[in-house]
Design a protein around this ligand. Structure first.
Ligand code: 4AD
Ligand code: MG
Length: 449
């Protein structure tokens, strides 16, 4: 039988959110939410209500409510939808500092057999139930911190004179290598590719606005099943005209330390839920160590000589996850590794005028094994050089004609970077895997829910 959703009775007392209870001590209020947990001891029920803003323990005395109400509350299962009316009582022993003495309640939907129980579930089970797993306290804390990371990024760039100029998601060609492109059928047999980065478009808008950023979803058909890789992730990308690699290093360290400070200031409660040591975030203050690629290679080779690293590392290679972890293990702040060999970097990177085998690029490696959170650098300015790079990288020249116009009309040194929001969030939270740092993760083997 299909039933209409129940019509909600009008509560007399004002609706407040659990995170506003401090302003309503000793007042009668209405809370609207879901049952998080229920304990009972004879003539008292202790339903814990969650409403998205927090969790509060309520107290129902059998003698203080209507018998029908007592009966209807008694057997409620987890995630039953519930409206509660009661008086706010300050109680220093209560988690959160307040309790609700219930005077009335309305069961909006009675639920039994909620699939996620307090017992341990496997990761696959939880990911299959991501649509409801989001309600649990830990996931809630992680996504609140993600929200703060995003806000911090926007506030930081907006206050620093950057203009938001978003880049398209359907693009005609690769920006970050042809091996990780997702293709879609566009019209009349033409292929479109989901963007890997908004950077090339940022270079156009930077020439129009000076300092810009784009912020949106990006896609990589990466066949890697690591704790750092998603196939769809969010990236913020600032780009500056008349700027160099050095400006990118400075902006990276300012932005990352601003984010850490905001998470510490605005999300203390959530960090506690995650048992994240705030000292790890307090350490993220400028200046960050700067490490030339040559010196990073020496570090890896010494590590290998001491038996601390398994694989040997030759100058010229790109770092793998164990290499990055080993390098960043020397520091309690992010380390900025710069001047990588141009061979292992994207086609658009400017080269070091004194050592043309090196690119003016940087990877910012987060501490504690979180790996690269920022990648960026200075862009090549020469038309001829880029034409040659497009040919060497076997990119379709017609798709880059517009990009080359930027080198024909007012080409200047410019630079920028990209930061992955999930990697940054996972690091702030101190969690194992980036998949929990986005509401609905997309990975090689996961497209659902
Ligand atoms: O180093 P990447 O590939 O750099 C670029 O795309 C540049 N075009 C950005 C720019 O200069 N405007 O990616 C930048 C960042 C990485 O440092 C990482 O934080 C994140 O994006 N990232 C990923 N995050 C999750 N899953 C993946 N598969 C990621 N690939 C990159
Ligand atoms: Mg990179």
């Amino acid at each position: 039988m299909v039933t209409e959703s129940p019509s909600l009775k009008q509560a007399i007392t004002p609706h407040v959110y659990i995170n506003q209870l401090s302003a309503h001590v000793d007042q009668e209020v209405t809370l609207k939410g879901w049952l998080y947990n229920m304990r009972s001891s004879g003539k008292i029920l202790f339903p814990q209500l969650r409403d998205g803003s927090g969790v509060v323990q309520c107290v129902v005395l059998k003698n203080a409510v209507q018998p029908e109400l007592w009966e209807s509350l008694k057997g409620l299962g987890q995630e039953s939808a519930l409206i509660i009316e009661g008086k706010v009582r300050a109680d220093s022993r209560a988690p959160g500092g307040y309790e609700i003495d219930v005077t009335n309640a309305q069961v909006v939907q009675e639920v039994h057999d909620y699939p996620i129980t307090p017992k341990e579930h496997g990761t696959e089970f939880l990911l299959d139930h991501r649509h409801i797993w989001l309600r649990s306290r830990r996931q809630h804390a992680i996504l609140k911190i993600r929200h703060t990371v995003v806000r911090a990024v926007r506030d930081f760039l907006d206050n620093d004179g950057f203009t938001l100029c978003d880049a398209p998601i359907f693009t005609p060609a690769a920006c970050e290598g042809t091996t990780t492109l997702f293709a879609a059928d566009y019209f009349d047999g033409e292929k479109a590719y989901l963007t890997q980065s908004g950077q090339l478009y940022n270079e156009a808008t930077a020439a129009a606005f000076g300092k810009v950023y784009c912020f949106g979803p990006t896609f990589r058909a990466e066949k890697s099943k690591t704790r750092r890789h998603l196939t769809e992730f969010w990236m913020v990308e600032p780009e500056m005209a008349y700027a160099t690699l050095d400006d990118v290093l400075t902006l990276s360290e300012r932005m990352l330390s601003y984010i850490a400070a905001r998470v510490l200031a605005d999300r203390a409660e959530e960090l506690k839920v995650l048992e994240r040591d705030p000292a790890k975030l307090e350490a993220i203050v400028p200046p960050f160590p700067r490490l030339h690629y040559d010196d990073a290679v020496k570090m890896l080779q010494e590590g290998r000589a001491k038996g601390l690293l398994e694989a040997r590392f030759e100058w010229g290679g790109d770092f793998g996850a164990p290499d990055e972890t080993f390098i960043s293990g020397h520091f309690d702040k992010p380390v900025m590794v710069h001047h990588y060999p141009a061979e292992v970097k994207a086609f658009y990177m400017a080269r070091d005028p004194d050592r043309s085998e090196l690119a003016l690029g940087v990877d910012v490696l987060a501490p504690e094994g979180y790996g690269e959170v920022i990648g960026g650098g200075e862009r090549a300015t020469s038309l001829e050089y880029l034409q040659q790079q497009i040919a060497t990288h076997e990119l379709p020249p017609e798709a880059f004609e517009w990009y080359l116009d930027l080198r024909r009309y007012g080409s200047v040194p410019h630079a920028g970077f990209g930061m992955g929001i999930e990697r940054c969030t996972a690091w702030m939270c101190g969690i194992e895997h980036v998949r929990e740092a986005i509401p609905f993760p997309r990975m090689m083997y996961r497209l659902r829910p």
